[in-house]
Design a protein around this ligand. Structure first.
Ligand SMILES: NC(=O)c1ccc[n+]([C@@H]2O[C@H](COP(=O)([O-])OP(=O)(O)OC[C@H]3O[C@@H](n4cnc5c(N)ncnc54)[C@H](OP(=O)(O)O)[C@@H]3O)[C@@H](O)[C@H]2O)c1
Length: 248
């Protein structure tokens, strides 16, 4: 089976996806911005790495073309790059908003653009990451909600464009998962408690759970799903939490 390229592979969810795929025997290319972090993970997993400047789409496509030759081509592309800005609109600077769009939405666009060229003849799966915050209004999420909602729209249109080429495009929309990105929330007992209460199941997500769904979406055996944004979020985007008795 051909390889999977993982953008943001040095992040918590990106590295969980990489470990899961490598352990299941798939070839993987680790893509990111930090050579040291990528080298460390590449050495652990015995996989190649590519350092890319994500400010334009061309370097990513060039890296995927170059590594695709030695990896026997790609049948899966995943974007695990992301950021989290928790501010109301009136306190968000123009630069913070642009940066949030660039990190989340532009990198997803760059991957879809490269995938539209690389997978057009062979077919394959693209997985992007949005957020429950794109599905339900959560205070102080204006910039990241806008970027992540853009990713859902991007994925649905690309799913329509490339369906005749057997390219599937789906989105994972997590609730609060215990990763580096959210460390300051889940390490504070007050913030973690408040977050747990927003999730009807009363607990936060784990990177392994997100990696499992990503692996499923990439698996050619599951090739009848496209254009979906799947909430893996303890209920956050769809289920009202039951009020718990004090101390319960
Ligand atoms: N954790 C959650 O609760 C949660 C909730 C909803 C959605 N998500 C989404 O899930 C995905 C994975 O996030 P995570 O929780 O695993 O976060 P993470 O551990 O912080 O990983 C984020 C990754 O994004 C990369 N990155 C950040 N800014 C970048 C930039 N400007 N250019 C290139 N790469 C950049 C980081 O690179 P370095 O390793 O070099 O720093 C890292 O690899 C993201 O799309 C995130 O938005 C997460």
């Amino acid at each position: 089976m051909s390889a999977v390229a993982i953008l943001g592979a040095s992040g918590t969810i990106g590295s969980a996806v990489a470990r899961k795929l490598v352990n299941s025997g798939r070839r993987v290319l680790l893509v990111g911005r930090d050579p040291e972090k990528l080298d460390r993970l590449g050495a652990e997993l015995g996989t190649p790495t590519a350092v890319v400047d994500f400010r334009s789409s061309q370097p990513l496509e060039a890296a995927l073309v170059e590594h695709g030759e030695s990896l026997g081509g790609f049948s899966g592309l995943v974007n695990c790059i992301g950021s989290l800005l928790l501010k109301p609109a009136h306190a968000t600077s123009d630069e913070e908003f642009r940066q949030t769009i660039e990190t989340n939405l532009f990198t997803s666009f760059a991957l879809v653009k490269a995938g539209g060229r690389l997978l057009r003849d062979s077919g394959g799966a693209i997985v992007l990451f949005a957020s429950a915050a794109a599905e339900v209004g959560i205070q102080n999420h204006e910039a990241i909600a806008a970027a992540k909602a853009g990713i859902v729209g991007l994925a649905r249109s690309a799913a329509a464009t490339y369906a005749p080429n057997n390219v599937r495009v789906n989105v994972v929309s997590p609730g609060l998962v215990r990763t580096e990105l959210t460390r300051r929330i889940w390490e504070s007992s007050a913030a973690a408690g408040a977050s747990r209460e927003l999730h009807a199941l009363g607990r936060l997500g784990e990177p392994e759970q997100i990696a499992s769904l990503t692996q499923w979406l990439l698996d050619p055996a599951n090739d009848w799903m496209t254009g979906q944004a799947i909430g893996l979020d303890g209920g956050l985007s769809r289920v009202l939490p039951k009020r718990r008795p004090a101390g319960g």
